[in-house]
Design a protein around this ligand. Structure first.
Ligand SMILES: *[C@@H]1O[C@H](CO)[C@@H](O)[C@H](O)[C@H]1NC(C)=O
Ligand SMILES: *[C@@H]1O[C@H](CO)[C@@H](O)[C@H](O)[C@H]1NC(C)=O
Ligand SMILES: *[C@@H]1O[C@H](CO)[C@@H](O)[C@H](O)[C@H]1NC(C)=O
Ligand SMILES: *[C@@H]1O[C@H](CO)[C@@H](O)[C@H](O)[C@H]1NC(C)=O
Length: 685
């Protein structure tokens, strides 16, 4: 392996291969011959003319939205194993940065995440799972950098407008309390705070936020803006010296490895603060390998943050499997350590924030690129990628054609690196299973007699890391359990006295927020329930539905019976539903079709073919009022559906031809309190 890839000349290669045929183990191949004998490009790695920009890290995003939803309910030891693959140093992706969504109650791509302030006088720093995730990340890597960014905001901040900048002080206060709460309740130091994901910024808001943070003694918390495009924020900064001062980092999304002139003129740190977002196949891995190098080479970006950290949401939601790895089956414990984990490792395990890029980075003659970084203490890491166009397309932006082909590349170490005796070699080849390698350690490379010169034979879709660090490691655990479909029979009575997470396992809120709830006065059956807790539409980031809805189960479910106790809290206007065959979620939730059985506090029921209620299959009167528990049952089988209330048929054999399958769901008519208990679903064939 090593003998094929590392040699100083063709002639040498033949000799080395001959020698290797008879030897075993980690015999290093000394590389001696003059590099000029090797056809192909020559690349100098040198620090004598100073260093390039400071490296700030490689990271990933949990949230934006609800992308870690299913992770939290994984049984041990699998949950810890997944976290190790993501965060543990010298083990897997070994991320330097964790960026999380500041839950704002709204739909933010694959679900909603709860705010720490649902209402004006409300404060709770134990909702959701991002606090837990940050702590798990810190446990594994105390140096991990933490970032927070809002996507949506709770509705009360908008004072009637769908806009977070109505009262700048109030919104800054809201964000500041999240940072203070992280420290106070979880001992988490948030390092960077953002403005409003992929939406407008307000110059005065950014200044108010800075002042509020400083006033609270949070000077150390840096501001990143504006998590959208390079412009107009860069131009705004160049025109406003105070703004230029308060923004520490310009973060752009999906920059396609390029920046604009203004961004560079600000002389600020430039980050790709959201990138990747590609299915985690080998093409996704190729995308990541290419941008991790080229975001710096082409665009001077010193951090790249992937959306998303781990694909832990139902796969049929938008952007299914666009995480560094896949963990979407808490019911089976099955997960997959996908190739982007190992592509990340090529950079993350051999650099740290605070290292510096060398000035000598760039493109390879026949396609691909190389970067080199140093800690300034003599360590050197070189990362070479030869991702082909076909196998490295990211989901966005458009990737102009380029050609990568077989080549030899000779590297010459100069300056303080000229005396390096040995480099560790880590290798990945994406693509065909027969020739595929993921983060494999090869024989180390001895440079003793070669005056710092070595050559590589490079094929398409390869990654090499050559480094002085000997600490790298390819972590592994025994294979997790086999993939299983969601259980065909599933129940939850929500009887949890001190829940560790605010949401019930497997329920994935798509509009509204559903939380465990305790009816303190009720000693009986419905003491512990699941409650929809939003009483107002959030300041939205996406097209949240006008109803609230939480989905659960298997998208493939076609014939099913859903039974659930329901409790409308709002007299006259309130209403709740249970549903089957719900065929859309995430940012598409508003257009979800399915079979929805609604009851209303005004004594009526409805059966609709969509969440919005446009397609009405049936309606009528039924003996229902608010503040009473009822048991609803929805039966969907083949082309027909029936509904029952407290065991009595309300409607029967209504034709339902579309959609053919989808999730089960519960929800409310509007943003209103309502409770659910004894949820039971049985998928039948
Ligand atoms: C390289 O890094 C290691 C580990 O951080 C450190 O101990 C060592 O001093 C550094 N320098 C050299 C030349 O190895
Ligand atoms: C890519 O480059 C190789 C070698 O330079 C050449 O043989 C091949 O035709 C090129 N492919 C395309 C599509 O340009
Ligand atoms: C009952 O309430 C629902 C939801 O508010 C409403 O759409 C419906 O028109 C009402 N029906 C009657 C008969 O008042
Ligand atoms: C659903 O039930 C219908 C009617 O009994 C049956 O024809 C169909 O095969 C069932 N579908 C599945 C996926 O089991």
């Amino acid at each position: 392996m090593a003998e094929r890839l590392l040699q100083a000349s063709r002639q040498r290669r033949m000799k080395a291969m001959t020698a290797a045929a008879g030897s075993a183990g980690r015999a290093a191949v000394p590389l001696l011959l003059c590099a000029l004998l090797v056809p192909g490009g020559a690349y100098v790695v040198d620090d004598s003319d100073g260093l390039g920009r400071e490296f700030d890290g490689i990271g990933a995003i949990s949230g934006g939205g609800a992308t870690s939803r299913l992770l939290v309910n994984y049984p041990e030891p699998y949950r810890s194993q997944i976290l190790d693959y993501l965060f543990k140093p010298n083990f897997g992706a070994s991320l330097h940065i964790l960026k999380v969504e500041i839950g704002g109650d709204g739909q933010t791509t694959d679900g909603t995440e709860p705010s720490h302030m649902h209402y004006a006088l409300d404060e709770n720093y134990f909702r959701g799972y991002e606090w837990w995730l940050m702590k798990e990340a810190k446990k594994r890597n105390p140096n991990i950098i933490l970032m927070g960014l809002p996507w949506s905001f709770p509705g009360w901040l908008g004072k009637g407008f769908n806009w977070p900048y109505v009262n700048l002080q109030l919104t800054a206060y809201y964000v500041m309390t999240w940072i203070v709460g992280a420290k106070h309740y979880h001992d988490l130091d948030i390092d960077y705070i953002g403005i409003w994901n992929e939406r407008s910024y307000d110059i005065n808001y950014i200044k108010v936020l800075r002042r509020m943070l400083n006033y609270q003694g949070l000077d150390r918390v840096k501001i990143i803006a504006s998590d959208n495009l390079w412009e107009p924020i860069s131009a705004s900064m160049l025109l406003d010296s105070e703004l230029l001062e308060v923004i520490d980092v310009i973060g752009a999304h999906y920059p396609g490895t390029h920046i604009v002139k203004d961004a560079k003129l600000t002389k600020k740190k430039l980050w790709s603060s959201e990138d990747f977002s590609t299915v985690n196949s080998d093409v996704g891995a190729g995308c990541l390998g290419r941008i991790l190098n080229q975001n710096y080479i082409n665009g001077y970006m010193t951090a790249t943050i992937a959306w998303n950290l781990v694909a832990s949401y139902y796969e049929q939601l938008p952007y299914g499997r666009c995480g560094l790895m896949t963990a979407q089956e808490p019911w089976s414990g099955h997960y997959v350590v996908e190739s982007p984990i190992w592509v990340s490792a090529h950079t993350t395990q051999f650099t740290q924030p605070g290292w510096y890029y060398l000035k000598t980075v760039g493109h390879l003659e026949k396609g691909g690129s190389y970067v080199a970084l140093t800690d300034g203490l003599g360590n050197l890491t070189i990362i070479i990628e030869t991702m082909s166009h076909k196998h490295s397309k990211c989901i966005r932006p458009f990737l102009p054609y380029f050609n990568v082909s077989h080549q030899f590349a000779t590297f010459v170490l100069k300056g303080s690196f000229s005396e390096i005796p040995e480099l560790q070699v880590w290798y990945t080849k994406l693509g065909k299973p027969s020739t595929r390698f993921l983060f494999k350690q090869l024989d180390s490379l001895w440079l003793l007699d070669s005056s710092g010169t070595f050559s590589l034979e490079l094929q398409e879709d390869e990654l090499f890391t050559l480094t002085t660090l000997t600490t790298g490691g390819k972590g592994s655990y025994p294979l997790p359990p086999k993939s299983q479909p969601f259980p065909r029979i599933y129940k939850d009575d929500f009887d949890v006295d001190y829940p560790f997470f605010s949401e019930a396992p497997n329920f994935a809120d798509q509009t509204g927020v559903f939380e465990y709830f305790t009816n303190i006065e009720d000693p009986g059956e419905h003491r512990f329930t699941l409650r929809q807790v939003l009483n107002q539409r959030p300041i939205t980031w996406a097209a949240d539905a006008y109803n609230t809805i939480s989905i659960i189960g298997d998208y493939k479910w076609s014939n099913l019976t859903v039974t659930c106790d329901v409790y409308i809290e709002t007299p006259e206007k309130g209403g709740v539903f249970i549903a089957g065959r719900v065929n859309k979620g995430g940012i598409l939730i508003r257009g979800a079709r399915g079979v929805f059985f609604w009851i209303f506090a005004n004594g009526t029921y409805r059966v609709t073919g969509d969440l919005a209620g446009w397609i009405i299959y049936a309606l009528g009167h039924v003996d229902v009022t608010a503040k009473t528990w009822y048991t609803l049952r929805l039966i969907v089988k083949g082309r027909f559906s029936s509904g029952m209330l407290n065991g009595r048929a309300v409607w029967t054999n209504i034709p339902v031809s579309f959609p053919k399958n989808g999730w089960a769901a519960i929800g409310t008519y509007s943003f209103e309190f309502a409770q659910f208990d004894n949820f039971h679903v049985e998928a039948t064939s």
